[in-house]
Design a protein around this ligand. Structure first.
Ligand SMILES: [Zn+2]
Length: 336
């Protein structure tokens, strides 16, 4: 099958090799330095479980075998087709590189088989590998683990933006080494996370499978992914793609909330104060009452500043934005 040149590789060394397991008829192998044999076989064995998850959920694994190889690479990992290279230090006997293994394995589908047609669209590889690694961790360890990863990524995105306000698809970049960034990894991963929330799990996976089935062993651009997701979900995603992929930044929310006893309503004044465009998005609000009762309500934000009133079944003493970690944003509301 055709393989992008960026993921062709040759490596020569003495190796200890273990057949770690099989997924259908795909052999998963660990290739490590003989002196690291015990630790390496232990660390790389998890690759079988990761491959099984992607193979069953995205589509059939595209290559005949998968070797996970300890190597000299300047990267933490490099997703060469069917022969992933990991840094020498990825082997330590602690099994603490599961997220990295999942990232590189996700690339076998996104990047090595369905590959971007242009470097400016590299988020179709790196954002996918980033988010699918998080999806694997959610599958393996539960939703709390996904939330932990998304929060770490969100912090990075917000910090990165302060120095680099460019969009994910930045066609003004001429130094192509710069396309690998927090934008094309963590922010793009966040875009997929928000897309999943927007369309729901079932349609998200339907769209992903359809995208992979259509563009496997081939190339795609952002517009191809958008079109496929729209067909799969029946939703117009133009605004979503425009603001999150072709514009820089994310909402920075400030404002106030208070409970109005006369009308038994919560009154909110919300502003987006980031430079550049204002965003349109659903905002989840969690309110907590005196006795620990909670109430979650979603409002739609469609302007730079807005006033909203909500009927709440109790008097809230606390209000939290985005309690379930579905929105890329910063800021909060102050109680008035
Ligand atoms: Zn990657």
């Amino acid at each position: 099958m055709p393989i992008p040149v960026k993921v062709m590789v040759v490596g020569i060394a003495r190796f200890a090799v273990q057949h770690a397991g099989k997924v259908d008829d795909i052999s998963v192998e660990s290739w490590v330095y003989p002196q690291n044999r015990a630790e390496g076989f232990y660390d790389y064995a998890i690759a079988v479980k990761v491959l099984d998850y992607f193979h069953r959920n995205i589509g059939a694994y595209p290559f005949k075998k998968l070797a996970n190889v300890q190597s000299k690479t300047r990267w933490g990992g490099l997703e060469n087709a069917g022969a992933i290279f990991y840094s020498e230090s990825s082997v330590n006997g602690k099994g603490d590189h599961e997220g990295l293994i999942a990232h590189e394995e996700a690339h076998q589908w996104f990047g090595n088989s369905a590959s971007e047609n242009d470097w400016h669209h590299v988020w179709l590889s790196e954002g996918f590998a980033t988010y699918f690694a998080n999806l694997y961790l959610e599958h393996a360890y539960g939703r709390d683990r996904l939330v932990k990863e998304q929060l770490l990524d969100r912090d990075q995105v917000i910090k990165y933006y302060q120095k680099n306000p460019a969009p994910i698809v930045d066609t003004t970049l001429t130094d192509i080494s710069k396309v690998l960034s927090t934008n094309t990894y963590q922010k793009a991963g966040w875009v997929l996370h928000m897309l999943r929330h927007k369309v729901g799990d079932a349609d998200f996976w339907k769209g992903i499978r359809q995208y992979y089935a259509t563009y496997q062993k081939s190339n795609a651009m952002t517009v191809d992914f958008k079109r496929t997701m729209e067909t799969a979900t029946g939703k117009d995603l133009t605004l979503f793609f425009d603001q999150w992929l072709y514009e820089g930044g994310q909402p920075k929310i400030t404002g106030t909330w208070r409970y109005d006893a006369k009308t038994s309503q919560v009154l909110l004044e919300i502003s987006q104060v980031q430079p550049g465009i204002y965003f349109r998005f659903p905002l989840d609000l969690k309110m907590v009452g005196r006795d620990g009762k909670t109430h979650i309500q979603t409002i739609q934000i469609d302007s730079k500043t807005s006033k909203t009133s909500l009927i709440v079944p109790f008097i809230p003493k606390e209000l939290t934005l985005d309690p379930d970690i579905w929105l890329l944003f910063e800021g909060n509301l102050v109680k008035k």
